[in-house]
Design a protein around this ligand. Structure first.
Ligand SMILES: Cc1ncc(COP(=O)(O)O)c(C=O)c1O
Length: 390
């Protein structure tokens, strides 16, 4: 293949950036200590861990003691929802509310809470992929332990009205959790100015390694730990800390936050160029979530009638272009996306959906090439005279 491959799956994961790797390396070498040890090696690791906690906290407008490091977004979501539910059920708050467009980590944690006796409430979502604020106000009441709505949807990029939802939850005394995994590094997150109680982020979406994340737990919020067996992180998350990854995560977080605005504009113009090029050459293509008042710039989810995602993914892959059908966790499985189904996309269109997600590796040239190849592959898939794609 003469053209370099094009990675369009940044919402699934991103490469570790050089500065992050550099920050982590000493912790695989001489700085290998256990932060719980009293000797110099331990104290050195403890200092690095404490500093990383400070730095991640600063990126969110939080205090260091409000940050609990985890193995990633999935664990963080589980700690947030199950930890809050288990702490609050004793106080007579029996409902757990969430939206049907959440990541499976949230949906499965809510289902588990229901299994443990919670009254599970699914919130209404508009056809544009945004949680309906009025319906949220009706569903989230003084019997609700926790409401969980993601900040940015990982399949269609829609930005949720987090501020209004959090404010309502607070007004009825319910906790509000937001999965900010796809929002962090894209949207300005300041927990001092928005009344979220619990918020989750993940390292590998912002060029830190896979397997590290964090949950912000506002001071005073009752969360029962999911694991038992140690006093690390004040018992909220026992187990010897992954100092190297946490240090890398802190570096990645600082860089992502510092570059956030500029990167948003860059990605937005790349996304808009790709979207316009696709619509110009494939006018019946449907862009999911396009009607939302705000979309994160890194996700473009498109269905072309008369095609199917699996064949398109394979055809694109053969041309060196990597994207996904629905979310990464679902790629490899043929079932249509629960997000698209929840926003009323027909099964035919949902089974044609492709998620192209741009990021640090995406350039103007990548977009120009995809804009050139994609319509030709669509024609081919639809059985029309195959135009040369290369
Ligand atoms: C919105 C959202 N939440 C949670 C996760 C899970 O994060 P992790 O892969 O770090 O467990 C992802 C990853 O795809 C995501 O996009």
């Amino acid at each position: 293949m003469s053209n370099p491959p094009i990675y369009l799956d940044h919402a699934a994961t991103t490469p570790v950036r050089a500065e992050v790797l550099e920050a982590m390396l000493p912790f695989f070498g001489p700085r290998f200590g256990n932060p719980s040890s009293m000797h110099r090696w331990g104290r050195e690791a403890r200092t690095a861990l404490d500093e990383a906690r400070e730095r991640v906290a600063r990126c969110l407008g939080a205090s260091a003691d409000e940050i609990c490091f985890t193995s990633g977004g999935t664990e963080a979501d589980n700690i947030a929802i199950l930890g809050a539910w288990r702490a609050l059920r004793k106080k007579g708050r029996t409902a757990v509310a969430t939206s049907p467009i959440e990541h499976k980590a949230v949906l499965a944690a809510v289902h588990q809470a229901a299994h443990e006796g919670a009254d599970e409430r699914m919130l209404a979502v508009t056809r544009d992929g945004v949680v309906d604020v009025d319906a949220f106000r009706e569903s989230v009441r003084d019997d609700t332990a926790i409401a969980s709505v993601m900040w940015v949807n990982n399949e269609i990029g829609t930005v949720q009205p987090t501020r209004e939802l959090a404010a309502h939850a607070k007004s009825v005394g319910a906790l509000f959790h937001t999965d900010a995994v796809q929002a962090f590094g894209k949207i300005d997150i300041d927990v001092k100015s928005i009344p979220v109680d619990v918020l989750t982020i993940s390292g590998h979406k912002i060029q830190a390694p896979k397997g590290v994340g964090a949950v912000f737990i506002r001071r005073g919020t009752a969360i029962e730990p999911l694991f038992h067996g140690g006093s690390q992180d004040r018992g909220r998350r026992p187990g010897t800390e992954n100092v190297a990854f946490v240090v890398g995560f802190a570096r990645a977080a600082e860089l992502a936050v510092a570059e956030r605005e500029e990167e948003w504009s860059r990605l937005e113009s790349l996304r808009d160029a790709l979207e316009s090029a696709i619509l110009a050459r494939v006018p019946d293509a449907v862009i999911h979530g396009r009607g939302a008042s705000k979309r994160a710039p890194h996700i473009l989810n498109v269905s072309v009638p008369g095609t199917d995602s699996e064949s398109m993914l394979m055809a694109l892959d053969l041309r060196g272009i990597g994207c996904s059908a629905g979310s990464a966790c679902q790629s490899g499985s043929v079932s249509p996306s629960h997000v698209l189904s929840a926003i009323g996309v027909s099964p035919e269109l949902a089974s044609a959906a492709l998620r192209m997600s741009i990021g640090c590796l995406t350039t103007d040239e990548c977009v120009a090439r995809v804009a050139h190849v994609f319509p030709a592959l669509v024609e081919k898939a639809r059985g029309k005279t195959a135009a040369a794609a290369d």
